[in-house]
Design a protein around this ligand. Structure first.
Ligand SMILES: *Cc1c(COP(=O)(O)O)cnc(C)c1O
Length: 368
């Protein structure tokens, strides 16, 4: 007979409140729920995977995906920068999680503007950190002073921000980089769609880590690959916290192809991103003409704060269109005051898919 011990008594404190991420993977005609590249993966990536020597899967991959380092630095325009290095990971999620472990002791704070990337409070909790949300200032500008005043060990800035899609001003980020007490993480998961990027700031301070991903514009979410760029010593610490073998061999090969193939790789990605930006402007316009209000976006998705979000999403789902219902948003800034904390996040892709969404939306609104 073994002694009966409740598993919940053995679990680390707080584990019961860690949410399990809900991603709906059931097939649907038009899935606009996860901000991935709706045009698909770059042709060079598909070719690299088809022609891969798959027997490599019997062995471990490279410990730290070193073959991507130079190509990534060139991709972000920092190949000549002194003392700058790259850490890769199993998605940029892995890099963000590792950065928390590298720099913050359990009990220390991570400050961020709210609402932001839903994994941040979750990773914070898993690493024993205290999430310190700060409301956005009017117009979804960062409240840089309050973020700095939090004196957090880590300050997380998502630019453009998920789930709002909003862009943040360089002046606010500059203020944070110059004045924050600890490490500043700038998450640029949507850099390819933004009018301005901030990766250069990692050359301005050795406490800035800029993270990027292959999951969004690069159309490789299923391969799980992300990276962080920063001062060599900062990157070394994140790499230690990350551990070896997080990037699999096929992901590394595919990313190499994406970065070096030119017209069928990186150029293809940037052309699709430009198309997404055009379609985003058209979509915001079309949504606003229907009496809803979409926030101005700098990413490949739009947020429509509306208390009818759940009802609209379920009507869209019965018509084969999946969008994401965002919940738990604060009541500030003013743009979020009347939505009761909920909204619809809609991914932007090829226009025919956008038209399908708009047609379904018209039907749902007419039925309501
Ligand atoms: C999607 C996303 C990521 C990361 O995705 P990975 O697939 O783990 O690279 C990171 N940050 C934000 C803001 C995102 O929206």
């Amino acid at each position: 007979m073994t002694t009966r011990v409740e598993l919940s008594a053995l679990a680390r404190r707080g584990m019961e409140s860690i949410p399990v991420y809900i991603g709906d993977a059931t097939p649907c005609a038009v899935d606009l729920s996860d901000n991935t590249n709706l045009w698909g993966a770059p042709p060079a990536v598909l070719r690299a995977l088809r022609s891969a020597d798959v027997s490599v899967v019997a062995r471990y991959p490279a410990t730290y995906a070193g073959s991507l380092r130079d190509a990534l630095l060139e991709h972000v325009g920092l190949s000549g920068a002194d003392g700058i290095d790259v850490v890769t990971g199993c998605g940029s999620d892995d890099v963000l999680d590792s950065a928390m472990r590298a720099f913050a002791q359990p009990g220390e704070c991570i400050a961020f503007s709210s609402p932001t990337f839903s994994m941040i409070p979750t990773f914070a909790q898993l690493n024993g950190l205290t999430p310190t949300p700060v409301p956005f200032a009017p117009g979804f500008e960062l409240d840089a002073e309050r973020l700095v005043d939090a004196r957090a060990k880590l300050t997380y800035v998502c630019a453009p921000n998920n789930p709002t899609g909003t862009h943040v001003a360089r002046s606010a980020i500059d203020y944070i980089v110059q004045n924050a007490a600890g490490v500043i993480v700038i998450d640029e998961a949507y850099a390819e769609f933004a009018p301005e990027v901030f990766v250069d700031l990692c050359t301005a301070s050795d406490r800035v880590l800029v993270t990027r991903t292959f999951s969004k514009a690069f159309g490789m979410a299923g391969l799980r690959l992300g990276y962080g760029i920063g001062d060599r010593n900062l990157v070394r610490l994140v790499t230690r916290a990350r551990g070896p073998y997080k990037v699999n061999a096929l992901a590394e090969r595919a990313a190499r192809a994406a970065l070096t193939a030119g017209t069928e790789g990186r150029d293809w990605v940037l052309e699709r991103a430009a198309e997404a930006v055009e379609n985003r402007l058209r979509l915001v316009d079309a949504v606003n003409r229907r009496g809803l209000t979409a926030l101005p976006s700098a990413a490949n998705f739009i947020l429509i704060p509306t208390r009818r979000a759940r009802q609209l999403a379920s009507g869209l789902a019965t018509r084969g269109v999946r969008v994401r219902v965002i919940t738990g948003m604060p009541a500030e800034p003013r743009e979020l005051a009347d939505c009761e904390g909920v909204g619809l996040r809609v991914g932007v892709g090829p226009w025919p898919a956008m038209q399908t969404f708009l047609n379904a939306l018209d039907e749902v609104v007419a039925c309501a």
